[in-house]
Design a protein around this ligand. Structure first.
Ligand code: FES
Length: 134
């Protein structure tokens, strides 16, 4: 559970950007919030947020309370059965839920603080991994 969140009408501060490791990511538990747990993945100054729920069997993606696993190529690995996900779009690239997606959250960085905004992000161009085209 985070004690750094401040409920505001325009979202919730999850943590400082410097608290999100590029190597291990971060998991934030939210009390009294429908999201419950947020997975944060950092790439440079960008942070991507997803619900901590795998689309395969609904298990937690994380390893332990605050660590995510990544492939050498930087894809997120679900620790339950090994599905891998593109970190920018949340699309499953391999494993038992191939083609399914994580639930992306509207996470942004403002003044070096990672914030969860209430509205869903605008849909982006769908990511289609070239390995699965044709
Ligand atoms: S629950 Fe994630 S791969 Fe099975």
């Amino acid at each position: 559970m985070t004690d750094k969140s401040d409920q505001q009408g325009d979202g919730i501060t999850l943590c400082a950007l410097c608290d999100v490791s590029e190597e291990t990511g971060k998991v934030i538990q939210l009390s009294d919030h429908p999201v419950a747990e947020v997975v944060l993945i950092r790439r440079g100054d960008q942070v991507f947020g997803y619900r901590n729920v795998c689309p395969h069997a609904g298990r937690s993606l994380s390893w332990g309370p605050d660590q995510l696993l990544f492939t050498p190529a930087g894809h997120l690995v679900c620790t339950a059965h090994g599905a891998t996900f593109d970190v920018r779009q949340g699309l499953c690239l391999s494993g038992p839920c191939l083609g399914a997606s994580l639930t992306r959250l509207n996470v942004t960085v403002v003044d070096q603080q990672v914030r969860l905004l209430p509205d869903a992000p605008e849909p982006e161009m769908p990511f289609i991994d070239p390995r699965y085209q044709n």
